[in-house]
Write a protein that binds this ligand. Structure first.
Ligand code: P71
Length: 457
């Protein structure tokens, strides 16, 4: 008998209470937080979908691995277990641990980018863009055109526009130190990139002598979408698919807080000896010795086990299905979302839901506040607050106004998702009453983390 219910492929050994609050309490909490969900106390949140980064639950094997952690300063056993786990999947020669993904980005761009250089990406995530711009480079996004239309269904909406890639390479290859593809494309809706697109992008880059990198945060989810959506991959294992993805790249940056199933950690992995040696020099100055790179031995163990578990088919099936389950309920009830639902998150389309709020009054931010106020749910805006402010201080509307509901890995059950669907449908029914905001105070970069806002009356 083939049963159709997809269950959480784990049982629960430790529980962490979450608490209900009243709407009046949350109204006050929002005021105290300057209308910025990043500034809330996590205790005041019922269901926390701010991010899937570092928020997952570790397995009993990972906890057991942590007890095995070798805390030797240099040459720890834990480093070698970590290194071989990364090498089995990626095949890269040099594996450089970092405390998280953005540290790998800083070290990569810090050792390869010159002022005035350009980096191409399907879509830079905010930290990646910030690291390029901080080195006085230009971060250019070249996703396929379908990526900008939330309602369009495309199996690999994370793909890079190969014609645009070739145009840029032809014109500027001397000023492009590397090209990156982000899998899955987080800012573009958690959408996957096809193997064909990765292969073709790699070939173009190499034709012009430009190194090709993956931002591999969600490589396992991407591998699963290739398995289930791309011809010729159904019979391959997620590991084999991941290995092929990495085989086209010269290196990758990775936040192990996502598909490393760990609460902290990351790495830079690459083949080029000279780049690796420059990166290790920077690593020693800012992160730590090359066999721990800002992590404890036990963190390296948790990542080594996590990288293995994340490629489990039951896990990946459950993972993508639980996100699609929410997406399906919302779609059936007329809530506009980025289609199809991504690997790690459902993205609400605030531009479509709140056409009465101009983009410079931050509709997606306003929607994320409403979800918290009404249901205690924390999400994150991926819109004009996150992407609208430029290094020269100017502000323009972002390409899309999305509210991301990111699912921590192995944390919430289907009944949590049912509750979530109810909250979203309720807020959708109140949408005409939602008002925009203005920014009262902001830092010059990555303003969404700390900006203070005020509702417009
Ligand atoms: C995510 C994050 C973490 C985050 C960032 C901003 C606001 C809230 C939470 C981090 C990524 C990512 C990609 C594709 C590099 C990083 C940096 N994402 N590339 O999605 O998604 O990794 O956080 O370990 O430094 O919530 P890091």
């Amino acid at each position: 008998m083939h049963f159709k219910t997809i269950i959480e492929p784990f049982r629960i050994k430790t529980v962490e209470p979450i608490q209900h609050t009243t709407r009046a309490y949350r109204e006050e909490a929002l005021k105290r937080a300057g209308y910025n969900l990043f500034l809330l106390k996590a205790d005041d949140v019922l269901i926390d979908l701010l991010t899937d980064s570092g928020t997952g639950a570790m397995s009993s094997e990972q906890w057991a691995g942590m007890m095995r952690g070798d805390e030797s300063y240099a040459g720890a056993k834990s480093f070698y277990r970590f290194e071989s786990a990364v090498q089995e999947i990626t095949g890269f020669k040099h594996v450089i641990p970092t405390h998280q993904g953005r540290a790998a980005e800083r070290i990569l761009f810090g050792s390869t980018l010159k002022p005035g250089n350009m980096v191409l990406n399907n879509t830079h995530f905010d930290t990646t863009r910030a690291n390029v711009e901080y080195r006085k480079g230009t971060a250019v996004d070249i996703p396929i055109s379908e990526a900008h239309h939330p309602e369009l269904i495309h199996p690999f909406k994370g793909n890079m526009d190969l014609a645009a890639l070739e145009r840029h390479l032809q014109k500027n290859h001397d000023d492009i130190p590397l090209v990156m593809i982000t899998v899955t494309n987080n800012s573009g809706g958690g959408q996957p990139v096809s193997m064909a697109n990765i292969r073709a992008a790699s070939k173009l880059c190499h034709k012009y002598g430009v190194p090709f990198f993956l931002d591999a945060c969600r490589f396992a989810e991407n591998a699963w979408f290739i398995k289930t959506r791309e011809e010729g991959y159904a019979a391959k294992t997620p590991l084999e698919i991941a290995q092929e993805m990495f085989s086209y790249a010269d290196g990758c940056t990775m936040s192990a807080k996502k598909d490393g199933l760990a609460n902290i950690g990351g790495f830079l992995a690459l083949n080029n000896d000279e780049w690796a040696s420059r990166a290790k020099t920077m690593l020693v100055i800012t992160e730590g010795f090359p066999t721990y790179g800002g992590l404890a031995g036990y963190d390296l163990e948790a990542i080594a086990v996590g990288l293995h578990e994340v490629l489990n088919e039951d896990y990946l099936h459950y993972r993508t299905r639980s996100v699609a389950y929410l997406g399906d309920i919302l779609t059936e009830n007329g809530v506009p979302i980025m289609q199809p639902p991504g690997g790690h998150a459902v993205y609400l389309d605030a531009k479509a839901m709140l056409p009465h709020i101009p983009q410079l009054e931050y509709p997606a931010w306003a929607l994320s506040l409403a979800l918290y106020l009404e249901g205690g749910v924390r999400s994150v805006e991926i819109g004009t607050v996150m992407f609208g402010l430029h290094p020269d201080g100017s502000e323009t509307p972002a390409a899309m106004e999305l509210v991301r509901l990111a699912f921590p890995r192995r944390v919430y059950t289907q009944s949590h998702v049912d509750y979530l669907a109810e909250v979203i449908l309720y807020v959708h029914s109140l949408r005409e009453n939602i008002r925009g905001l203005k920014i009262v105070e902001q830092p010059p970069a990555l303003r969404h983390f700390t900006a203070i806002l005020a509702p417009l009356s």
